[in-house]
Design a protein around this ligand. Structure first.
Ligand SMILES: Nc1ncnc2c1ncn2[C@@H]1O[C@H](COP(=O)(O)OP(=O)(O)OP(=O)(O)O)[C@@H](O)[C@H]1O
Ligand SMILES: [Mg+2]
Length: 462
C-alpha cells in the first residue's frame, strides 16, 4: 500500500468519464485549416513585436561599449578621440544628453573601414578575403530535425556580417524559419529558389529540344510555368533584409512543391543534372561576385532541395547534439550522403567513360560536424567519445547550450540582434561567447580554405 501523503504518479486513477468531458469532437481535415489560421494570427502578432511601423524588421543600434569590445577592438578612449578628430565619421546618437553613443550597423561598417585603414597593426579589423578567390558557399545540413541547423546558420551569417563580410542567406527549408529570422516576405514559390531550379531545367530542355529537332523528333513543350521561370534571374528572388550586408533568398511552404516537381522533370529529361541547378544559376547570374559568403539552410531531410544545397556548398557543416540518438542518426546521415552522391557520380561516369570524357567527382573544401546545445556537465564523456571516433571531422569547438537563444528567439531574434541591456551582462557575455566561438571556428576553416585556394592559384600562375 502506498504511504499516506505520497501521491501516486499522475497516470493512475484517471477517471474515464472525466477524461471524456475534456475531449472535444473528432478532428477533420477542415479543422487543420482552422488551427493553421490561428497559428498564422499568433505568428504575425509575435513577429510584429520585432517589427517597425512599416511592418519591416529593423536592426537595433550598437553601443560604443559593444563596438570597442566585440567589433573594433580598440580602447574606448581612443575610439572617442578618433571620432572627435574626424568629424566626418559617424558620431553616433545618444538617448540622453551626453549619454552613451549608439551606431547603426552601416555606421559600424564605415568606422571599421576607417580604423582598418590606419596602419598595419589595425589590419585585423578588416575581414580577409584573398583577391581573385571566389565567394564561399556554406551549407548547414543534417536530416535529423532540431539539431541547430537554422540557429547555427543564422548566427554565422550575422557574425560574418558584423565581421564585415557581404552575406547571402538561402533558405531551402519550406518551414521558412530562416526567412522569419531575417524578416523575409515570401508570397509563394516564385519568390524562393524554386524559379532558379525551374530555369535550370528549362535551359536543359531547350538544348535537348534542339537535339530532338536535329534528329527529326518532336520537341518537349515548355509549359507556362517553365516559360515564366526562363525570364527570371537570381536577382528577382533576392531580397534585402534589416541587416544592410545580409541579403536573402527566402522560403515558404510552397517551396516544398519542388520535392515533387524535380523528380517529374528528371523523369522527362534523364540527362538533366538537377544537383547542379542552384550552383549553375547563381554563377550564371553573377551572384557569387557580389557576396563573400553564401549560407544555405536546409530542411531536416535529404531531399532534392538539400541535395542541391549540398552540391552547391564548398563548406558543409553538420550540427548535432552530444546525445546517443543524434550521434547515431548523424552517422546514418553521412551514410546517406555517401550513397546519394556516389550514385550520382556512378550514373554520370558510366556515360563519361563510354564517351571518353573526364569523370566527375563531388568535392567539398571542408566538412565539419559541430556539437550544438552542449552541456559540459552532462555530455563531456559522450562528446569525448564522439571526438575520438570522428577525429578531425568533428570540430573541437562545442557550441554551448545557452538560455539566451531560446529567450532571444521568442522575439524572433538572434543573439546578435538582442539588446544586451535586456539581459544580465554576464549572461549576455557568456551566451554571446559561445556563438562568437562558433564563428571563430568557422572563420578559421574559411580562411584556411581561401588561403589554400590562393596558394594554388599562385602556384598555377608560376
Ligand atoms: N546553442 C543553443 N543553445 C540553446 N538552444 C539552442 C541552441 N541552438 C539551438 N537551440 C534551440 O534548439 C531548437 C532547434 O534549433 P534549430 O531550429 O536551429 O534546429 P534545426 O536543425 O534548424 O531544426 P529543423 O530541423 O526543424 O530545421 C530551437 O528551439 C533553438 O532555439
Ligand atoms: Mg531549421
Amino acid at each position: 500500500m502506498a504511504k499516506v501523503g505520497t501521491p501516486l504518479p499522475p497516470y493512475f486513477n484517471i477517471d474515464p468519464d472525466a477524461a471524456l468531458t475534456d475531449l472535444d469532437l473528432p478532428t477533420g481535415s477542415q479543422d487543420f485549416s482552422d488551427i493553421a489560421e490561428a497559428c498564422t494570427r499568433g505568428r504575425s502578432d509575435l513577429a510584429s513585436r520585432g517589427l517597425n511601423e512599416t511592418g519591416s524588421k529593423s536592426l537595433r543600434l550598437f553601443s560604443t561599449w559593444e563596438i570597442t569590445r566585440y567589433l573594433i577592438p580598440v580602447a574606448q578612449a581612443h575610439f572617442r578621440r578618433v571620432l572627435k578628430q574626424n568629424p566626418d565619421l559617424p558620431q553616433g546618437q545618444s538617448e540622453t544628453e551626453g549619454g552613451a553613443k549608439w551606431f547603426t550597423l552601416d555606421e559600424v561598417l564605415r568606422l571599421r573601414a576607417f580604423f582598418g585603414a590606419q596602419g598595419s597593426k589595425a589590419k585585423n579589423y578588416l575581414s580577409y578575403r584573398p583577391a581573385g578567390q571566389p565567394a564561399k558557399m556554406v551549407a548547414v545540413a543534417n536530416f535529423k530535425g532540431g539539431v541547430g541547423k537554422t540557429s547555427t546558420a543564422a548566427h554565422l551569417a550575422m557574425s560574418a556580417a558584423l565581421d564585415g563580410y557581404k552575406v547571402l542567406v538561402i533558405d531551402l527549408d519550406s518551414q521558412g524559419s530562416m526567412t522569419s529570422i531575417f524578416g523575409g516576405q515570401v508570397e509563394d514559390e516564385w519568390q524562393t529558389a524554386f524559379p532558379l531550379l525551374a530555369r535550370h531545367y528549362g535551359e536543359y530542355l531547350r538544348i535537348e529540344n534542339q537535339r530532338r529537332l536535329d534528329r527529326g523528333d518532336a520537341p518537349q513543350p515548355l509549359d507556362e510555368a517553365l516559360g515564366a521561370a526562363m525570364e527570371m534571374t537570381a536577382r528577382d528572388v533576392i531580397q534585402s533584409t534589416h541587416w544592410s550586408n545580409i541579403d536573402l533568398i527566402g522560403a515558404q511552404l510552397n517551396l516544398y512543391w519542388a520535392e515533387f516537381q524535380i523528380p517529374v522533370w528528371r523523369m522527362q529529361a534523364r540527362g538533366w543534372k538537377l544537383w547542379d541547378a542552384l550552383t549553375d544559376r547563381l554563377e550564371a547570374d553573377g551572384v557569387l561576385d557580389e557576396y563573400d559568403l553564401v549560407f544555405i539552410d536546409t530542411p531536416p531531410a535529404l531531399g532534392y532541395l538539400t541535395i542541391n544545397g549540398l552540391a552547391a556548398a564548398d563548406i558543409l557543416l553538420v550540427p548535432l547534439g552530444a546525445s546517443f540518438l543524434e550521434f547515431d542518426s548523424t552517422g546514418r546521415f553521412f551514410d546517406m550522403l555517401h550513397s546519394t552522391f556516389a550514385s550520382i557520380e556512378e550514373g554520370e561516369n558510366v556515360a563519361a567513360r563510354a564517351l571518353g570524357r573526364p569523370e566527375m567527382a563531388f568535392e567539398w573544401d571542408a566538412v565539419r560536424a559541430v556539437i550544438t546545445r552542449y552541456d559540459g556537465a552532462q555530455q563531456g564523456e559522450l562528446s569525448a567519445l564522439m571526438q575520438a571516433y570522428l577525429g578531425k571531422t568533428l570540430s573541437p569547438h562545442r557550441q554551448d547550450f545557452t538560455a539566451l537563444i531560446g529567450q532571444a528567439s521568442e522575439q524572433v531574434n538572434g543573439i546578435y540582434e538582442a539588446d544586451y541591456r535586456d539581459f544580465n551582462r554576464e549572461t549576455y557575455a557568456r551566451g554571446r561567447e559561445t556563438f562568437d566561438a562558433t564563428y571563430a571556428a568557422f572563420k578559421r576553416l574559411l580562411l584556411g580554405v581561401w588561403r589554400r585556394g590562393e596558394l594554388a592559384a599562385q602556384e598555377a600562375a608560376e
